[in-house]
Design a protein. Structure first.
Length: 461
């Protein structure tokens, strides 16, 4: 069976337009669409989310995944399971969050607040592992590297900090995690978008940041976190979103003017067929111009995403439309009009095996264990006393058991007689073995006693 790729999208209620006939819905929800046909697959109701406030946990190892969304303007996180469209859980948070992220391994959740505070929870237990003031203004985004080893925070204070997740979770070094592992600080205005490469991990990789100063910067994620290049957009352009392909060949940048810019990360050499990486000279070097828009839409761009094969570019807009463009021609293929408010989340994923209308629904998967997220940190002794739940998938071998139950009574009788005879033979053999072992034990005890008496006599002589 061919793999089906889906589009996951969410919108904000603020600035929503009136419902368009045949397209948008008046009830804000998280939607799933088929990427190939744009047909509607499922809606998770009811949810209204701000930017960078939605995250997913994929279904794996027989345990069903979930969708997490911070409700706009509320200190509440809604949780939906792939298996049903109604809300699965409602979690209360320490305060209203402006961004939210879940690590790719599905173990940790991170949230940022308007006052610069960052929280990190363990999902299985709900324990608040760390809480610290990372910025002095609003935290705009939180991004984990693909290996879940680094957490990157961006803020309206124009700074980007890199934290080591292992340090955040270490109970023996309380308070030291507030010091970032590195800082990416060459922007002059608020950070609007952050993207990491597929190869980014604890040992290095690359990171891209965009800000209201009209620049996109490329950084190294290994100390000392060098600035590799700066790309400047036209003076009127304000970048709002970023997406980088898995091979890190190019970056697409969306702007508030409705333009999408293509930044190639490699350029042709003089030799035929050759190519070389595009890099600047670090801090103080002149920026590289990226002033040609590859496509334009009628509404400001709010989100960008690439298909898994990177043959299609998805553009989310403030008007609630999602435009799908072919790559590399940038020709528009289809438009999805399921939202009435600005698109705040846009991503692609392979259809989960436990989606509510999937063929495997007759084989139910347990939903992952989720606890209430704690509002305050607990001491080490209380943390050790916490319990972590694990959901186990029910047995899937029922068909084999049914075939056994349908065995004929005669076959069952013959099998029972064979087992009885075999059991009698085994019993006799075991009894004989027990007698032999007891005799050997008696001989060993007598020999040990004789040796002990001999040693005692020698000492007393």
């Amino acid at each position: 069976m061919a793999t089906q790729e889906l589009v996951l999208s969410a919108s904000s209620a603020s600035g929503s337009s009136s419902s368009r006939s045949g397209g948008s819905t008046s009830t804000p929800a998280i939607h799933l669409h088929d990427l190939a046909t744009s047909s509607h697959v499922q809606a998770f109701k009811t949810s209204s989310n701000g930017p960078n406030s939605l995250a997913t946990v994929r279904s794996q190892d027989g345990v069903g995944g979930t969708v997490w969304a911070i409700q706009e303007g509320k200190a509440i996180a809604g949780v939906w399971a792939w298996q049903k469209d109604q809300q699965h859980l409602k979690l209360h948070l320490p305060e209203r969050l402006t961004c939210f992220s879940i690590s790719p391994n599905g173990l940790w959740a991170a949230g940022g607040s308007p006052n610069g505070q960052v929280y990190v929870w363990e999902i299985a237990s709900g324990a608040l592992q760390a809480s610290w003031t990372a910025h002095y203004r609003t935290v705009n985004s939180l991004t984990f590297t693909p290996d879940s080893a680094l957490l990157i925070s961006s803020s309206a204070d124009a700074s980007v900090h890199v934290f080591v997740v292992a340090h955040l979770l270490d109970p023996d070094t309380p308070g030291t995690y507030s010091q970032p592992y590195g800082t990416l600080g060459d922007h002059t205005l608020a950070i609007t978008a952050v993207a990491v490469g597929r190869t980014a991990n604890a040992n290095g990789g690359r990171c891209w940041t965009a800000a209201e100063d009209g620049t996109v910067k490329m950084w190294s994620l290994s100390p000392p976190f060098d600035l590799l290049a700066t790309f400047s957009l036209p003076s009127a352009a304000k970048p709002t979103s970023l997406v980088v392909d898995s091979a890190e060949r190019f970056v697409y940048v969306g702007s508030g003017e409705g333009n999408v810019y293509l930044i190639p990360l490699f350029k042709r050499k003089g030799a035929v067929g050759g190519a070389e990486a595009i890099e600047g000279d670090g801090l103080g070097a002149p920026s590289i111009k990226a002033d040609l828009a590859c496509l334009t839409v009628e509404s400001p761009v709010t989100c960008l995403a690439l298909s898994h094969g990177e043959s299609q570019l998805l553009v989310g807009t403030r008007s609630g439309e999602i435009h799908i463009h072919s790559l590399p021609s940038h020709q528009q293929l289809r438009t999805i009009t399921a939202h009435s408010g600005p698109i705040t989340h846009l991503s692609t994923l392979v259809r989960p095996a436990d989606l509510s209308n999937s063929a495997s629904r007759n084989d139910p998967w347990p939903i992952m264990e989720i606890r209430n997220l704690e509002r305050t940190r607990v001491n080490v002794s209380s943390k050790h006393a916490q319990t972590v739940g694990i959901s186990l998938r029910p047995s899937i071998g029922s068909s084999r058991l049914d075939r056994l139950r349908r065995a004929s009574p005669q076959a069952q009788l013959v099998s029972a007689q064979h087992v009885t005879n075999q059991g009698e033979d085994n019993s006799a053999a075991l009894s004989q073995e027990v007698r032999e072992l007891r005799a050997a034990l008696d001989r060993a005890v007598k020999l040990n006693e004789k040796m002990w008496n001999g040693v005692v006599d020698l000492k007393l002589a």
